[in-house]
Design a protein around this ligand. Sequence first.
Ligand code: ZN
Length: 178
Amino acid sequence: MKAAVVVIDMLNDFVTGSLKCERAQRIIPNLKLLIKTARKKKVPVVYVGDAHLDSDNELNVWGPHGMKGTEGAKTIPELAPAEGDYVLEKRTYSSFFETGLDPLLRNKGVDTVIVTGLHTHICVRHTSADAFFRSYKVIVPEDCVDSFTEQDHAKGLEYLKMAYKADIPKAAELVKKL
Ligand code: ZN
């Protein structure tokens, strides 16, 4: 497998700010392990985070969050991108929608997308859908994604398995295969 790790919306606003998700704390150590291992093994690490403009449709659903250029739209300090990582901006749920992610992955020969971050039933789901539509294999390490509630998280994982045949390993197992 030729994998890339996509880290979605691990931004200040989603972890500690205006759309705070308490449960995000539990995935930070697992993401650290996965990202550190990926860098060591030369597996591309791509951060894709909200950078909203005030005209974005999504703000009608959630209110202002992840506004372009603000502190809230920056990756949390614990998971700050390192040299050699890629950082892309998105303006809706899918990390593939008008972000340039697909050509980046294709040019690196990637066939498997490891989808991580927030939230299991929203941006992780839409990103997995777009990865599937583009013929990538989808891996969603279950302890590297989360939602506002356990129910949303569990339902999100079920959907990913059912619709996209996503692999749902734990981070500790996945890093052995990178
Ligand atoms: Zn958003």
